[in-house]
Design a protein around this ligand. Structure first.
Ligand code: URA
Length: 261
């Protein structure tokens, strides 16, 4: 049972590959050799072959995202995209929930365990709080669109790395551009930094509560973007709810300034 637990822990922390084909008994391992011979240098053709086998990077993600002209095409392209290692450990893509023509897009961090199982963003405890937060300003999920900065669950719910966020950014921008909302609500530091890189990496406490401008690839003008605390943080830190409430009232007031849908 302990071995099973240890194996599960490794899986949750993202170990997705065994290093050796056969188990090694390290209690009787031979001492390391004095000098390690230099491996033969690969020939240029071999290097080119290796490079072509590398996973797709942000440039490929950008090209793929920009080639999609509908939300359905984007979802299908993301499902088929193999360039992000998170896809290998996640159960499935978590694309979006809510309206295709929403005036407000809410951007979270990344799916958790429940979202990964359901294929839908914000269905766990943080999502239930988000539903209550929306209801408190007279909204429900059908009136907004909910997406994540990174659409695959990071193993063990760790924070997505800078590289993973950069890789997924073209998909995030493309989905926003295809919906063309009037504004954005960033939940937590990861979404806020991804959407507001011009703010110089300010922490969420400094970023939240002030409407800023998000430049989204493919949209002719910047979108107003408000950052607030992530509902998962609010569950752990109820004292921050007063500030989050002020941010929600600001969203409500901003929505009221928009022409009727
Ligand atoms: N937290 C997020 O940021 N996104 C989800 O979908 C669920 C929890």
């Amino acid at each position: 049972m302990e071995l099973l637990e240890a194996l599960r822990l490794q899986w949750e922390w993202g170990a997705d590959e065994a290093l050796l084909d056969a188990p090694q008994d390290r209690r009787h391992a031979a001492p390391p050799p004095e000098a390690v011979p230099e491996p033969p240098r690969p020939r240029p053709a071999a290097v080119a072959k290796l490079v072509s086998a590398l996973p797709a990077g942000p440039a490929e993600a950008r090209q793929l995202a920009e080639s999609c002209h509908t939300l359905a095409a984007l979802e299908a392209a993301m499902r088929g995209f193999t360039g992000c290692a998170l896809r290998d450990t996640a159960t499935q893509l978590v694309f979006a929930d809510g309206a295709d023509d929403a005036r407000l897009i809410i951007v979270g961090e990344a799916p958790g365990a429940e979202e990964d199982r359901a294929g839908k963003p914000f269905v766990g405890p943080a999502g239930q709080l988000l539903d209550r937060m929306l209801a408190s300003i007279g909204l429900d999920r059908t009136q907004v669109r909910i997406i994540n900065t990174v659409p695959w669950r990071p193993p063990g719910n760790r924070t997505p790395s800078e590289a993973e966020i950069a890789l997924c950014l073209p998909f995030l921008h493309r989905q926003i551009a295809l919906v063309a909302p009037r504004g954005l609500l960033a939940l937590g530091a990861v979404a806020a930094k991804a959407l507001l890189p011009a703010e110089g990496g300010l922490g969420i406490r400094r970023l939240r509560g002030t409407w800023r401008e998000a430049q989204i690839a493919g949209l002719p003008a910047a979108l107003p973007c408000l950052a607030t605390y992530h509902p998962a943080y609010l569950l752990r830190t109820p004292a921050a709810k007063a500030e989050a409430w002020r941010d929600l009232l600001s969203v409500k007031a901003w929505l009221e300034t928009l022409p009727a849908h």
